[in-house]
Design a protein around this ligand. Structure first.
Ligand SMILES: Cc1ncc(COP(=O)(O)O)c(C=O)c1O
Length: 431
């Protein structure tokens, strides 16, 4: 039994064309044998076929607009905008909030780099915050410590389908008068105190990249109630789409229809695929949620592992990954590497986190002359980071283990996985 995690997995496959160069494919990877879920199928293919025959291939087409309307309905927000990917949704959100040179943007040290990669490109310095070692999310107290008069935005990330403690985050942010962007790329359909994630802070951003719970292949969405954020997001990425279509006030009338001339418009075919996927999301979340809860309950019999709690009042969704905590002290000091090996030997692929702590990347640790000639936020005055700067995140990364995410488990799949996890736990404790 070979299983794999449906989390950022890059598959390099031999090219079938004339060139020998490897190609890069990154779509969701079903866990063979144990999972019946097919990420894309006939319905998505039919949608693409029909849209192509209608020549619905560029711009804010009917399918795109319908998808955005549906996103507004699901989030309860007034505005939604599709983009070419999640990174450009985040870029648009930061631009929407007026983030620019000299500003600082706080974000978790533990997240995918694209959460914050747009900030330096807008001239703003990223400021990393510690993780709460219990919940793995950004630590609200550490956000408070890192706020300065230059802080222009706080980005929080609902990692792997779990949900941040939004009451504490919003309290810290409101006290400082700083807006909050929620990066919901892992947690489509999750809620906090009954509200969809993405609708609690000031702007929500979602990736619709190939392995995400709702996939466009490549795509993204931004949603907000703030008309100015929305209109600025239109200005920065929706060239030629905004005239009489998107802008709702007259504030930027003189800039219509080209805005800033930048283009982050989503491909309509991708959004067509995502609209089919969106209809499946409640079922996907129900199935994944039941499987995750079944495994978590069974971990009571696996000494090495324990579940990770989500914030009070939250309902997980998306389940882009399935992290659990490895308790080395309960199994005689064995390491996660020992445990991964023991599981692999029994045919189960579990893995460590694929995300490095951002402060350890040379780009941020040493800085980078982004705009050449000593210009940009990561050079002059950039203090950089040292390996020991984020002890909680560092500890977290030694403890996180990722189990397979099954969306439609075959009968007995959870029991089989739990059996292997328990066997491996017993085996490593005897090392
Ligand atoms: C947390 C997070 N934020 C942002 C992104 C960027 O999204 P995209 O790859 O669609 O640009 C990703 C993608 O994996 C992500 O996981």
């Amino acid at each position: 039994m070979e299983t794999s995690q449906p989390q950022p997995a890059a598959a390099t496959v031999p090219s079938a064309t004339t060139t020998e160069a490897p190609v890069f494919v990154q779509t969701a990877d079903a866990v063979q044998e144990l999972d019946r879920w097919e990420q894309v199928g006939e319905e998505e293919a039919r949608m693409v076929y029909e849209m192509t025959l209608r020549n619905e291939l560029s711009g804010g087409t009917p399918v795109v607009r319908q998808f955005e309307a549906e996103w507004r309905r699901l989030t309860g927000l007034k505005f939604a905008l599709t983009t070419v990917n999640g990174t450009s949704a985040l870029y648009s959100a930061l631009f929407g909030l007026g983030v620019g040179p000299g500003d600082e943007v706080i974000c978790p040290d533990y997240t995918w780099i694209c959460t914050v990669s747009p900030a330096p490109l807008l001239g703003a310095a990223p400021v990393f915050a510690e993780s709460d070692p219990r919940t793995m999310m950004i630590d609200p107290d550490d956000i408070a410590r890192r706020i300065t008069p230059r802080t222009k935005a706080i980005i929080v990330v609902h990692l792997w389908g779990w949900v941040c403690d939004m009451d504490r985050i919003v309290a810290v942010a409101r006290k400082a008068g700083v807006p909050v962007i929620e990066d919901c790329s892992h947690s489509h359909g999750a809620t906090y105190r009954g509200k969809p994630v993405g609708s609690i802070g000031d702007v929500g951003c979602w990736s619709l990249q190939g392995t995400k719970p709702v996939s466009a292949g490549e795509g993204g969405v931004l949603a907000t109630d703030d008309v100015d954020v929305f209109e600025r997001a239109c200005l920065v990425g929706q060239v030629n789409r905004i005239k009489g279509v998107d802008l709702v006030t007259t504030r930027y009338r003189d800039l219509q229809p080209l805005g800033t001339g930048m283009k982050f418009r989503a491909h309509p075919l991708g959004i067509g695929i995502a609209s089919v996927q969106l209809a499946k999301l409640p079922e996907l979340n129900r199935r994944r949620g039941a499987y995750v809860e079944r495994i978590e309950a069974g971990l009571a019999d696996v000494a090495a592992l324990e579940p990770i709690p989500t914030s009070p009042g939250s309902q997980r969704g998306g389940f882009y990954g399935f992290p659990v905590r490895f308790r080395s002290e309960r199994v005689g000091g064995a390491s996660t590497a020992d445990y991964i090996k023991a599981c692999a030997g029994r045919g189960l692929k579990v893995g460590a986190s694929v995300y490095p702590a951002l402060h350890t990347l040379p780009y941020f640790a040493k800085g980078f002359d982004l705009f050449t000639g000593g210009r940009g936020p990561l050079v002059d005055g950039w203090r950089g980071y040292k390996p020991g700067d984020f002890p909680a995140t560092r500890k977290l990364l030694t403890e996180l283990l990722f189990l397979p995410v099954l969306s439609d488990p075959v009968d007995g799949a959870a029991e089989k996985i739990l059996g292997i996890l328990a066997d491996a736990s017993a085996a490593v404790s005897k090392l």
